[in-house]
Design a protein around this ligand. Structure first.
Ligand SMILES: Cc1cc2nc3c(=O)[nH]c(=O)nc-3n(C[C@H](O)[C@H](O)[C@H](O)COP(=O)(O)OP(=O)(O)OC[C@H]3O[C@@H](n4cnc5c(N)ncnc54)[C@H](O)[C@@H]3O)c2cc1C
Length: 495
């Protein structure tokens, strides 16, 4: 097995440097894609190898197409990504997939929250956790009159200016009160991260709330200012107006396009078992051992595997880094998708989905009406529902076998949404130890880890600087740029 020279036509350098990327999820693939582009534009000769232990690329990105009953498209992992963080949409354009980009259905964007067993629509104008329209919020039964008064105190509570991290729960309680935390913040914001608001770092997961507080003195004033700015910039392309985007053929289209366009040597079905760092070796600074006992040499490595796996790989040459990596907690989750005939279920929810506060003590965390949220997901006359279980909220669900898990999900859907019919089919996707948790202090921890990385060694991926697809793409791009800069420093161009 040998790495293929991707830029062997370049003559400006005498040395073709080797970069190995470990892990073929979206972070590893983005690293390879941008590495090749950057090397080409900067005239750096580099050979690149990407190593993925599983037989398929994509990691947590998994789209399944089911031809039965007219064709369904099911996402086992991510089903969309944030458009405001530009790197995901940029990758779509860079891959030539712009015509595949799609937004959620505009007219059905309502989200419901379960309160005392009943469905309650989030009021119009609620921007994440902050009401920006007075009347719909005042009339909404979601928060009690006292709770609303407490939320209004946000206008008068002085901002925290010491720069210190706090949990999402502490922040919400401080600014908006307990009820807003239990009924809006915890189900909406911790749900996204499958995490516990009482441990989740504000600065690592929602830093803009702190920025808003510091800049405008209150969240409400900050949200209103942002709404005014958005109104002023109306007329810009529509993609910017939708918070989430997806791809017509599913998120895995990204992976398929990367697979086709990345030219480096891609090894699948073969993992990395050990890494050795030999900084004084003029031949190669890194030696990488594979499952099949072959070894590769590299001048730089970008490691995108889950942090507990990376810890095992670096244990021998950097035990302090291994110890730090193991301190990043992960939780296990699953998604359960169920397909129905419309005639069997009617219209259980007039919106995108339902979030469920922890205080409701349910066995599922949230559900999305996938076929309402996005076009091209289910044939006409059918409905597709996706349920989230596990995480920090319902970890016991992960101990259930598939039949038990499905039964519980169906019981919960029956009780909350009156869906009684048998699904025409269902799919369960399990993600053991898959979602890293950004506990309070995460950013400081990341600074400490970065300081422990030797030259030419880069940590990248969902454990570090953002779990969303755009964050992972950015981290891949940044790691590519750093690896190239390292190569240029180590092997200056000799003309
Ligand atoms: C259920 C679920 C829903 C989600 N929903 C969304 C969403 O809607 N929007 C969004 O933006 N994000 C979402 N996310 C988060 C997002 O999907 C992930 O954070 C992102 O895909 C992680 O990409 P990655 O490349 O960093 O890691 P991974 O996808 O975990 O890739 C790491 C790769 O390393 C490989 N590997 C492991 N060990 C080795 C080894 N020893 N040698 C070689 N290779 C190895 C693994 O097989 C894997 O392919 C969701 C995640 C989950 C689990």
């Amino acid at each position: 097995m040998s790495a293929v020279a991707t830029l062997d036509d370049l003559t400006s350098t005498s040395h073709s440097s080797r970069i190995v990327i470990i892990g073929g999820g979206i972070t590893g693939l983005s690293t390879a894609f941008y590495l090749e582009r950057m090397a080409k534009t900067q005239g750096v000769a580099v050979t690149c190898t990407l190593i993925e232990r599983s037989d398929r690329l994509g990691g947590k990105i998994l789209t399944e197409k089911i031809d039965q009953h007219g064709g369904f498209l099911i996402e086992g992992g991510p089903d969309s990504f944030v458009a405001q963080k530009p790197w995901g949409v940029e990758l779509v354009h860079d891959l030539g997939l712009s015509d595949q980009l799609m937004m959620p259905n505009r007219e059905q964007q309502k989200v419901y929250v379960l309160l005392k067993g009943k469905l309650c629509a989030m009021p119009d104008g609620l921007q994440l956790i902050v009401p920006t329209k007075i009347l719909p919020f005042a009339l909404s039964p979601m928060i009690s009159p006292l709770g609303k008064l407490r939320m209004a105190m946000d206008l008068f509570i002085p901002p925290k200016r010491d720069g210190a991290d706090e949990t999402l729960a502490e922040f919400m309680r401080r600014r908006l009160g307990n009820e807003a935390l239990d009924r809006i913040g915890e189900p909406l914001l911790s749900g996204i991260h499958s995490s516990a608001a009482e441990r989740q770092s504000l600065l690592a997961t929602f830093p803009r709330f702190r920025t808003m507080e510091e800049k405008y003195g209150s969240l409400t004033r900050g949200m209103l200012a942002m709404r005014r700015q958005r109104k002023q910039s109306q007329g810009k392309p529509q993609a910017a107006t939708s918070p989430f985007v997806s791809l017509r053929g599913g998120i895995e289209e990204l992976v398929q396009a990367l697979k086709t366009q990345v030219q480096c040597d891609v090894l699948t079905g073969c993992g990395v078992t050990a890494l050795v760092h030999t900084p004084d070796n003029a031949e190669a600074a890194y030696h990488i051992t594979l499952d099949n006992r072959e070894t590769l040499q590299a001048d730089a490595v970008v490691v995108t595997t889950p942090s507990y796996i990376t810890a095992d790989l670096v244990e021998k040459f950097q035990p302090a880094l291994a110890e730090g990596l193991r301190r990043i907690r992960y939780v296990s989750t699953a998604t359960v998708s169920l397909a129905y005939r419309h005639s069997d279920v009617g219209e259980p929810l007039k919106g995108f989905g339902l979030v469920i506060p922890r205080t409701e003590r349910r066995r599922i965390n949230a559900c999305t009406m996938t076929s309402r949220k996005f076009a091209h997901r289910a044939p006409d006359d059918h409905a597709l529902v996706r349920v989230f279980v596990g995480g920090s909220r319902t970890p016991e669900m992960m101990q259930r076998d598939d039949a038990e898990m499905l039964n519980i999900v169906r019981e919960e859907l029956r009780s909350m949404l009156k869906i009684d019919a048998d699904p025409i089919f269902s799919r369960i996707y399990r993600w053991p130890d898959a979602q890293p948790q950004y506990d309070v202090g995460h950013l400081d921890h990341m600074t400490q880890l970065a300081a422990l990385c030797p030259a030419g060694f880069y940590l990248s991926g969902s454990a570090y600087h953002g779990v969303g697809i755009p964050d992972c793409v950015k981290q891949g791009k940044d790691a590519a740029a750093q690896a190239i800069a390292h190569i240029q420093e180590r092997f200056p161009v000799s003309i």
